[in-house]
Each structure stands twice: as structure tokens, then as C-alpha cells.
Design a protein around this ligand. Structure first.
Ligand code: SF4
Length: 205
């Protein structure tokens, strides 16, 4: 059983998280991947391989899904790097469990996939939570170190705008204590302009 140590699903508070990939176009200076090798007691979030649709479904079917409020695509990596599995698992979860579905993303999924992916979330994903991180492109680039370079910040904002057309709730987040109050106000103003919700999240979220 070579895959037993691999964590595809994990719990955070009342929610069930799905860890699809360790790939990410970014190398954030603060990334938990660089400081911790696991996020919960059940095992490592480093994947020995990316789980297939069938593997994720098999794991879901072992769970008592009534326990969870929300199903969240998140993990040690960017979930839209595994877009096909994400979409097919989301479709299954929507039809089977009738739970709200969220994608936690760096907002660069359209760059990763080479096309606008927001329309694919229509009728499927209830919340997109995008890591805004900073109020401006320069700081963003320093922190996030995206392999797509300086166009990443604008691409992330564009993804938020696009997601608003297809997803009921679009949230942009920064991490508590990482910004000045003034920077947080700039983020708030930016989110108001984009007509998305601004949320300052705790470190461990
Ligand atoms: S976007 Fe997320 S997974 Fe990717 S490097 Fe940054 S914090 Fe880590």
C-alpha cells in the first residue's frame, strides 16, 4: 500500500478539504510548503502522485459527508493546476452531496491553463477565494514570485472580475498581520472596485 501516507482529504474546522496537487506557479516567500510539511494530524499533504478522479471519489466515499459544511479545493499547491480532476470531482460532489463548494486559489489558473477558466465554474463552484496578498503589483511580485512574472497581478485581478460573472461569492484575502492598516485599506478599496468581498484571514486558514 504505497499511498497510505498520502493525504487527499483533510478536515479544517467543519469543512472537508481536497488536496489535488502540489504544483504551483508561485514560490511565495510565506508559503506553508516551505515551513511545514504537514497541516493536520492525519498525514502529509505532500502527494506521492496527483490523485485521479477515481482516487478522490474513493476517499470521499469513505467519509460521513453529513459532518461537513463546505467542501474546499485547497492544499499544498494550486488546485487549478489539476483543473480536469477539480471540475469532475466538483461535479460529482455537487450532485451527490449538495454541499457548497469552494476553490482556494492564487487566481492564476487562467494563466496556468492558457485560457479563461472562470466560465467552467458556473453552476458548480459556490465560492472562489483568491489570495490577493498585497495591494499592488510590485509587492505582489516580490512575495509571490510567480513563474508568469509581472503580468501575474493583473491576471489575478482579471480572474476575480471574470469569476464574479460565474460564481456567486468571490472573496479576496490577505493574511492577518502581514500588511499595514493602510495597505489593508488599499486592498479593501480594490475589492470594492472589483465588487468582491475582502477578507483578512488568520495565518492558519
Ligand atoms: S500560491 Fe499558495 S501554494 Fe503556491 S507558493 Fe503561494 S502559498 Fe504556496
Amino acid at each position: 500500500m504505497k499511498h497510505t501516507a498520502m493525504t487527499i482529504l483533510y478536515e479544517v474546522y467543519d469543512n472537508l478539504y481536497i488536496n489535488l496537487t502540489n504544483k504551483c506557479p508561485c514560490a511565495c516567500t510565506f508559503c506553508l510548503r516551505q515551513t511545514r510539511d504537514e497541516m493536520d494530524a492525519s498525514g502529509t499533504l505532500w502527494l506521492t502522485h496527483e490523485p485521479s478522479y477515481a482516487e478522490v471519489i474513493a476517499e470521499l466515499e469513505k467519509r460521513d459527508m453529513d459532518k461537513y459544511k463546505e467542501i474546499v479545493f485547497c492544499g499544498f499547491g494550486e488546485p487549478t493546476e489539476a483543473l480536469d480532476v477539480l471540475l469532475s470531482v466538483a461535479r460529482f460532489a455537487k450532485e451527490t452531496y449538495h454541499k457548497p463548494l469552494r476553490v482556494n486559489t492564487n487566481g492564476l489558473g487562467s494563466l496556468v491553463n492558457g485560457r479563461n477558466i472562470a466560465p467552467l465554474f458556473e453552476g458548480l463552484i459556490d465560492t472562489v477565494s483568491i489570495s490577493l496578498n498585497t495591494p499592488n503589483a510590485d509587492r505582489y511580485h516580490e512575495l509571490v514570485r510567480s513563474r508568469f512574472g509581472e503580468r501575474s497581478f493583473d491576471a489575478m485581478l482579471e480572474f476575480a472580475t471574470e469569476s464574479r460573472k460565474y460564481v456567486p461569492s468571490v472573496v479576496m484575502t490577505t493574511v492577518d498581520t502581514t500588511l499595514t492598516k493602510e495597505e489593508e485599506e488599499q486592498c479593501r478599496a480594490l475589492c470594492e472596485r472589483l465588487n468582491v468581498t475582502y477578507r483578512i484571514r488568520p495565518w492558519e486558514d
